[in-house]
Design a protein around this ligand. Sequence first.
Ligand code: NAD
Length: 353
Amino acid sequence: MKIAVLPGDGIGPEIVAQAVRVIEVLRGDGLNFEMEPGLMGGCAVDATGEPFPEATRRLVKDADAILLGAVGGPQYDSLPRPQRPERGLLDIRKSLNLFANLRPAVLYPELANASTLKPEVVAGLDILIVRELTGDIYFGEPRGIEMREGQRVGFNTMIYSESEIRRIAHIAFQAAQKRDRKLCSVDKMNVLECTQLWREVVIETSSEYPDVELTHMLVDNAAMQLVRNPRQFDVIVTGNIFGDILSDEASMLTGSIGMLPSASLDENNKGLYEPIHGSAPDIAGKDVANPLATILSLAMMMRYTFSQESISKRIEMAVKKVLSQGYRTSDIYESGMRRVGTAGMGDAVLANL
Ligand code: NAD
């Protein structure tokens, strides 16, 4: 089981170091993980001139899973687009064909006050958003801005083939089977033919998953239901643009950006695992960043790439225990709790593992 480890920039190296400590404990328990580090993002630009250099390309191609911290920083914002760290992220997703983005939004009861919604609406929230990542209006052709009849016109193309819809539907149904077996497919089939096909193909695919309850919702209603009664959802599957917006909305229900992991998978469950937050240059190198999103990303890796459900649960339970024992990094701190830094939080997770 080979893991490519790409710490990246800003707080990336600090938070990834804590996840690596967890992998080392698992190795000590006899699990055969190989880890190999690589350069990605701004640090790769500094060393090689490119955000996703050839050596890292080979490393991630060869690996079963990739653990990424975060990339970017203000010192790289003035570089030409192909050299920006964020470009490396787009390239890695594209080159590995990571079409399925899984983003859980979990609100631990202990952190219910971190949300801007009332605790009774969000306490115990546990949603998984499955977003298609390589198609839709973000990639569809034709696209552009051109002159028509004396004025500028901007246009994009929303497009999905049935095979693209079917493969993301399979991922979502299978994820639902590992959870509460409820899947809500979000579309806009009342006005967009592209998403009418989406609904038809999701319904066709559902015949292979009789144990999963499938419902459908229009995207405008889904945006509303996420803040009205978010606990009605278990797994949500949707296209690229709707998923982009809804997954950010859902993650903010939890109020704690340092707690949320993500996975991006290909057809064979090879995956890139990373926290949803960025490189947080404002707190880099200060030992205050919350490493739990990265550690929870590792738990997702165990579940989705390595099919090690019990290890995944073990990591998630350790995180839950740490929170119930009152350990808090600054981003989730409330008075009366035990404030710890990045490494201190790592110590607490290890002690509970
Ligand atoms: P950010 O997510 O890095 O930070 C937003 C705020 O959240 C900051 O106040 C930061 O201190 C805080 N924060 C983030 N992660 C935290 C953690 N683990 N613990 C405690 N606090 C945390 O977003 P930004 O400031 O908009 O972006 C900074 C850089 O990161 C930019 O260069 C951006 O392009 C890049 N970025 C990278 C990724 C990625 O690598 N996937 C994602 C988003 C942004």
